[in-house]
Write a protein that binds this ligand. Structure first.
Ligand code: ADP
Ligand code: ZN
Ligand code: ZN
Length: 728
């Protein structure tokens, strides 16, 4: 019987499908894309292995329609990583591959970068008598001169030469003096490498000495407060990798963080830099991806999915802000870019650095267990002093829109001393709730178990969970009263209060509403950095990464909302946020002050954080997780299900749970409704599985899930597996 070729296609297929080789005599290589029939459609699939004996007898086999790549698009290293992640996250291999590929390649476009026409000197042009030409045709001679002084001339530069350069060039081509060549144009950023590196301090030197490109696998946790010089450690290691001819892959959590990192890399590194993130046009993304795979790029900086960038000559991986939740994809293929980066470095036998001011408890546990080497950077460069954290007891204080009188007077003090002030509130809009003062009616989203956020500027109610928007009702829909009142605080409301309390103080608000327009965020940040705005007000967009050296006061307007979250990770997230925001202050000569407004000044979390800093908090939190048997002390997976009706998800999960082996050491919780049961019109439920050993949980999932897929009820819900869930 004829052998078949395993092809992964996007869809709910746990494994690759079998296809007969194409009519052509050369079967496709492993890692090449092919076009295959599926039902009545043609799909782009990926060859995942060598020809094999077909699995199912009697099954009518179909044939590959077309081979799209003659060379492997994914090499064995990358295909191996993706296959590993498909098994670990129990997600269909075709979907995993689709996540790894830029859209253009998923759609079947050729794996070729954009190209550019360039003009080159021919040997005849090299020998031509330029003086004779100068007398007869000065423009052609000038062009010939230009061609002689460079390797090749981009067509785009012709216009800059003045006059009818195109006509002159045409003549040179006719004379056989010049010829056109097509060059790949990957759109790379060329590092100038003009700026010198500072001498590293002993702590930095220790951390960077652990990052030896080409010298085997080692995970280094670079744990240092903001401004302690983590980026300098990365730069040092990247420069060494580049000098050795090895590529560095740098993963950052947010697109917003890439421009400033790129410009810093550009100034410091003599290297070609490719940028990979979702804000790029499809063509740009394809070019950057191919530049990584061809080796044209020395440094690849990208967000989450860049962990799947192909690498021709890998040497070093860096994950910045490793604690950041956005490194985990929260839908579909729920992978953690941080964890996969560690796995990839392990498979590549290359070093990996993970940097943060607030290590995740997962990474700290790995450091404790000796799997990661933990380096602390405790000094701030340029003798910048660490900020002083202080709790401001809100109880009984007079307040204006959430701003207590003592806070306002501290703000005034700093402004009077020419300091810049940053106010942080993790909630945009005017108020998180709109309530009827007569009858207590609440404006609730009719598709979610959530309230609408009131946006006064736009005069809209907006659900931040499903994105639904509706006009603000003129009267209460329940009692017809006109007395509808905003309840709670959002950045828009604080902005108004600040304008009243501190008129004439230039202020900028930075949140998702104020930065909707392209380029607005950069504009606002630049105004903040130049010191044009003295008051900065914003959400966590403000808290991340950006250098704001003039900030002397950071105020966290409301710490209480984070103290009582339903998720077991809420305290960790709050502590990280407080420390990250605090890190904006006191980077320059002046020590910063950080004020945290709270009604719970005795709360142990806040007390530990104030007196012991993040390390003390993390220590206590890890002990608590161990006692409670929660990650990272134990391994966890969630089976999530959702459907338009309330009962189907729970019933499906009950049926699935009933097929679990009874003799397993895996602990089962639920099924139970998700913390926000209804979202975007769908009811959601989950089943939680926990085990002391990762391997135990994995083995159970591998045995059990195929049967779950086969349950009749599985077709009535949308369900997925979330291994190492980051959100409950
Ligand atoms: P982080 O990434 O930890 O926030 P950075 O690497 O951005 O810290 O360093 C903060 C500032 O201190 C930068 O301006 C950087 O150039 C400077 N810096 C870092 N390390 C040194 C050093 N060893 N000597 C002098 N300046 C340094
Ligand atoms: Zn009412
Ligand atoms: Zn909603």
């Amino acid at each position: 019987m004829a052998q078949t070729i395993p092809v992964a296609v996007s869809g709910p297929f746990p494994r690759s499908l079998d296809y007969l080789p194409p009519e052509t005599d050369t079967p496709p290589v492993v890692g090449a894309r092919v076009r295959v029939p599926l039902g009545r459609r043609q799909m782009v699939g990926m060859v995942t292995g060598p020809p094999r004996d077909p699995g199912l007898a009697g099954h009518r086999l179909r044939q590959i329609t077309q081979v799209l790549d003659l060379q492997p698009l994914l090499d064995s290293e990358l295909l191996g990583l993706i296959s590993w992640s498909a098994r670990y996250y129990h997600h269909p291999i075709g979907d995993c591959i689709a996540t790894a590929l830029p859209a253009r390649l998923r759609q079947g476009y050729p794996a070729e970068p954009a190209s550019e026409t360039r003009w080159q000197l021919t040997p005849a042009g090299d020998e031509a008598d330029i003086e004779a030409l100068r007398r007869r045709a000065p423009r052609q001679a000038a062009l010939l001169d230009a061609l002689r002084s460079t390797d090749d001339l981009p067509a785009g530069q012709l216009a800059g030469l003045g006059g009818d350069a195109r006509g002159a060039l045409q003549r040179l081509v006719e004379r056989g003096y010049a010829t056109a060549v097509e060059r790949a144009d990957y759109g790379l950023i060329t590092g100038r490498g003009t700026e010198g590196a500072p001498a590293l301090n002993p702590e930095q030197a220790q951390a960077t000495s652990a990052l030896q490109p080409g010298a085997g696998h080692q995970v280094t946790l670079v744990d240092g407060v903001t401004g302690s010089g983590k980026t300098e450690v990365y730069l040092d290691a990247i420069a060494r990798a580049t000098a050795m001819g090895l590529q560095s892959l740098v993963i950052v959590p947010e697109i917003g963080l890439t421009p400033q990192l790129v410009s810093r890399f550009q100034a410091r590194l003599s290297a070609k830099i490719a940028v990979l993130h979702s804000g790029l046009a499809d063509g740009e993304r394809l070019n950057a991806w191919l530049a990584a795979g061809s080796g044209a790029a020395d440094v690849i900086i990208g967000t989450r999915s860049a962990v799947f960038a192909p690498l021709r000559r890998p040497g070093l991986i860096i994950v910045d802000e490793e604690h950041d939740a956005s490194l985990k994809q929260q839908e579909g293929f729920r992978y953690s870019a941080r964890d996969l980066a560690v796995m990839r470095a392990h498979r590549l036998e290359c070093p990996i650095a993970m940097g943060t001011a607030t290590p995740s408890l997962e990474s700290l546990a790995n450091a404790r267990a000796g799997r990661y080497t933990h380096y602390r950077l405790t000094e701030r460069a340029g003798n910048a002093r660490p900020p002083q954290l202080r709790l401001l007891d809100m109880r009984g204080q007079p307040t204006t829109e959430g701003l207590s009188a003592p806070l306002l007077s501290t703000v005034r003090q700093h402004l009077d001393n020419d300091g810049q002030v940053l106010l942080f509130l993790n909630r945009r809009g005017f108020s998180p709730t709109l309530i009827c003062h007569e009858c207590g009616w609440l404006a609730e989203c009719d598709r979610c178990d959530a309230r609408y956020t009131y946006h006064r500027g736009r005069s809209r109610l907006h659900c931040h969970h499903c994105d639904r928007e509706t006009p603000v009702p003129a009267v209460c829909p329940s009692c017809n009263s006109v007395d509808l009142r905003p309840l709670g605080l959002g950045t828009e409301r604080i902005e108004g209060a600040l304008q009243t309390a501190l008129p004439d103080t230039p202020m900028v608000r930075i949140d998702r509403d104020s930065t909707r327009q392209r380029g607005r965020f950069e504009q606002h940040m630049a105004a903040a950095q130049r010191g044009e705005a003295q008051l900065l007000l914003g959400t966590q967009m403000l808290a991340k990464g950006h250098h704001l050296p003039a900030v002397t006061l950071v105020a966290i307007i409301n710490a209480d909302q984070g103290l009582f979250g339903a998720d077991f990770r809420s305290p960790e997230r709050l502590a990280q946020l407080v420390i990250q925001v605090a890190g904006r202050a006191g980077r320059a000569e002046r020590a910063g002050e950080v004020v945290i407004q709270t009604h719970q000044p005795e709360h142990p979390l806040l007390q530990t954080l104030i007196h012991g800093g993040y390390p003390a908090f993390a220590e206590a939190a890890l002990t608590e997780r161990e006692a409670a048997g929660l990650p990272p002390a134990r391994a966890m997976a969630l089976i999530r299900a959702e459907a338009p009706g309330q009962t189907a998800p729970l019933n499906f999960l009950k049926a699935a749970a009933a097929t679990l082996p009874t003799d397993s050491s895996v602990e089962v919780l639920g099924p139970y409704p998700s913390p926000m049961e209804r979202r975007a019109g769908r009811y959601r439920a989950q089943l939680m599985l926990q085990a002391n050993q990762r391997g135990t949980l994995q083995a159970l999932l591998t045995d059990w899930l195929p049967g779950v897929s086969a349950l009749p009820m599985a077709r009535r819900v949308r369900w997925s597996v979330d291994v190492d869930p980051a959100e409950m």
